[in-house]
Ligand binder design. Structure first.
Ligand SMILES: [Zn+2]
Length: 229
């Protein structure tokens, strides 16, 4: 079971929060692969925690459909579920396209600067081939748009789908590159600058749809990681 302890426990977090953070990161980054068995005992040992907070973290992950618990039998990393990814795409495409109207109307220079800086960081990640960091800035780009539309808590609600998209994106990046995502972001920013809401919305829809367009290719390449529907 490849399990990586990326960071140490932070002072303000509880043992359960620490276990949850590290486990989630391992699942999202595909260190722990879809379908892989999880040993509560081993994780507790690696994190230097008792088993209770690890068990609580696993329970929470099962509510997020990232872990499957078979009582008295085993605990496994959930397979990638096309239905969840599709529902996440639906919600994101609907909401993120809608918020652009508001962003287009009210976005001020402060947010344009933030987006511009974010895009520079994305470009640097591509140059340095640091795709994991690219993900972080990609998510941040979308979050700034919610902030610009004064809808920051809506972003938090949608973030439940982020881990599911992330696993798909991790897999996708082994076959594709991030440049097209970067160009989508750039087109969206330029359209907002020109107050061309329609173009911003069309590009956003295409951008979010990419995850599903490529799903069939991924399923074919990595059939063992997906639920069979
Ligand atoms: Zn994006």
């Amino acid at each position: 079971m490849p399990f990586v302890v990326y960071e140490e426990k932070m002072d303000h977090e509880s043992a359960k929060e620490f276990a949850l953070r590290v486990l989630k990161r391992n699942i999202m980054r595909l260190d722990m692969l879809p379908g892989e068995a999880i040993s509560e005992k081993e994780i507790a040992k690696e994190l230097d925690l008792s088993r209770t907070p690890v068990r609580e973290a696993l329970l929470e992950l099962s509510r997020e459909h990232l872990v499957d618990i078979y009582p008295q039998k085993s605990t496994k990393v959930s397979l990638m579920d096309a239905r969840i990814v599709e529902q996440g795409r639906f919600v994101r495409a609907t909401v993120e396209v809608a918020i652009l109207e508001q962003a287009c109307r009210q976005m001020d220079s402060e947010y344009f600067e933030e987006l511009e800086e974010n895009l520079e960081r994305q470009a640097r990640c591509i140059e340095e081939n640091d795709l994991l960091k690219f993900f972080t800035f990609d998510n941040e780009f979308h979050q700034i748009l919610f902030n610009a539309a004064s809808l920051d808590t809506v972003y938090e609600v949608l973030s439940i789908y982020v881990p599911h998209f992330s696993r798909e994106r991790m897999l996708r990046l082994q076959m594709f590159n991030a440049t097209e995502l970067y160009h989508d972001h750039k087109t969206i920013l330029n359209a907002l600058r020109e107050k061309d809401c329609r173009n911003a919305q069309l590009t956003m829809r295409r951008h979010i749809d990419r995850v599903v367009c490529d799903q069939n290719i991924l399923k074919e390449a990595f059939p063992a990681y997906f639920t069979q529907v």
